[in-house]
Ligand binder design. Structure first.
Ligand SMILES: Nc1nc2c(ncn2[C@@H]2O[C@H](COP(=O)(O)OP(=O)(O)O)[C@@H](O)[C@H]2O)c(=O)[nH]1
Ligand SMILES: [Mg+2]
Length: 398
């Protein structure tokens, strides 16, 4: 989960920091990080002492590298050492490798904290931009994150001995900012508890989305959690469209031990939801979980049907269930469906199968609708309440 994005961010930082590699290394195939200190070019080239220090910081192997440090005694930034650095600097870098400018490299040798210049910031941010876009973070949110990072970097004093950690702190700060700006959704369990306290029941929740995204499974997960918390619920098998959908809802209801209201295939889903609500009222059941047929925003009949369910059942909370793996498609689906029904929250499923994970960062910003939960597996307890901290901790390389 998020491993792809995590790796890309780590690589963007590593590539940038690694840009101080000796010319010989820059021109050849990339050397794995932990092998770099023993690279002859590294040991023999005092002008690159800044790099071993960095490498050391990253590989947690500072002691092994330290002996090369005393060799670094340039007379002046423009002096002998600077000249040798210039040679390395002028060598064409391997494509894709970014480079710290000479003055930054020199500053890095002399001072404990450095500030990147504008070109370095732009180079670094370009790598971050690509990483985010390739990981399904929406274009607008990527630009917001990059702009935020740009102003942070312009003022950041980065520890020259551990640039990677300093740069990652900036990435983390910008991500936290963008997540803090996105809308926070209702905690459905607290909401249910409140409605129980105020004796205004049943709470009605409708689940919509395309086929196979995990609506029925997610209903099962929520029913499981409600039951474990001593809250009664009933399922409405309102997907009367897809083969085996009714049996699937029944299967979960039976396994969890909650009632299910069903009819035959082709029956009106709105009337089944209506019956489930009536059943809840008659039996003092707190929550009605209404399933629905998977629908594409382009299918007029299914859209009409969904609007009818909403009209008849008047859900308190309508939840869009979407696969995080679907990439930018799901923002489009949410925007289209929102023209017909009010969506209160998003559940992103199959995060456990999504290496990119960018939707978790940008979908609520892109749609204005909060994420409520992440589905992270098929088991009933594989539903994690949304929190910005969870996203940041999942995305940030260690
Ligand atoms: N790995 C994984 N599989 C899931 C998750 N949620 C649902 N599934 C699986 O996705 C498939 C489709 O789920 P289902 O609930 O039938 O989707 P529906 O058509 O929207 O009702 C099933 O095999 C589920 O077990 C999840 O969070 N992670
Ligand atoms: Mg289903």
């Amino acid at each position: 989960m998020f491993d792809g994005l995590k790796k890309k961010l780590a690589e963007a930082v590593k590539t940038f920091v690694k840009s101080e590699a000796p010319a010989a290394q820059s021109a050849s195939a990339p050397v794995p990080r932990d092998e770099a200190p023993s690279h002859p070019g590294v040991d023999a080239a005092p002008q690159e002492a800044g790099r071993p220090a960095d490498t050391a910081a990253q590989s947690q192997n500072t002691e092994a590298i330290k002996p090369t440090m005393p060799d670094v005694k340039p007379a002046s930034p423009a002096g002998g050492d600077g000249g040798r650095q210039q040679v390395a600097h002028d060598k064409k870098p391997k494509e894709g490798l970014l480079k710290l400018s000479l003055s930054t490299k020199v500053k890095k040798v002399f001072s404990s904290a450095i500030r990147l210049n504008e070109r370095e910031i732009d180079d670094f941010l370009e790598q971050i931009r690509i990483s985010l876009l390739q990981s399904d973070v929406s274009f607008d949110v990527t630009e917001t994150i990059v702009a935020d990072m740009k102003s942070r970097l312009a003022e950041a004093d980065i520890d020259s001995k551990n640039m990677a950690a300093g740069l990652l702190r900036v990435v983390k700060g910008a991500l936290a900012d963008v997540l803090a700006r996105s809308k926070q959704g209702v905690d459905i369990y607290s909401y249910v508890a409140e409605r129980i306290r105020s004796n205004s029941l049943p709470v009605k929740m409708l689940f919509i989305g395309s086929n196979g995204t995990g609506k029925t499974t997610t209903i099962g997960k929520i029913a499981y959690r409600l039951k474990a918390g001593g809250v009664s619920c009933v399922m409405s098998a309102s997907d009367t469209f897809r083969a085996a959908a009714i049996e699937q809802t029944e299967y979960h209801a039976n396994r969890i031990g909650v009632p299910v209201i069903k009819s035959r295939y082709g029956a009106d889903p709105a009337s089944i939801a209506f019956d489930a609500i009536a059943y809840a009222k008659a039996h003092g059941i707190a929550v009605v979980l209404m399933d629905s047929a998977g629908r594409q925003e382009t299918n007029k009949n299914l859209i009409n049907e969904m609007q009818k369910i909403v009209r008849v059942a008047q859900p308190d909370i309508t939840i869009f269930v979407g696969e995080s793996t679907a990439g930018s498609v799901i923002a489009e689906q949410i925007r289209e469906l929102s023209k017909f029904v009010k969506i209160d929250g998003i559940i992103l499923t199959k995060l456990d199968c999504d290496a990119r994970g960018g939707n978790a960062i940008s979908i609520s910003n892109a749609t204005g609708i909060p994420i409520l939960f992440f589905g992270v597996g098929e088991a009933y307890d594989a539903l994690i309440p949304y929190s910005p901290e969870f996203v940041i901790n999942s995305v940030m390389p260690n």
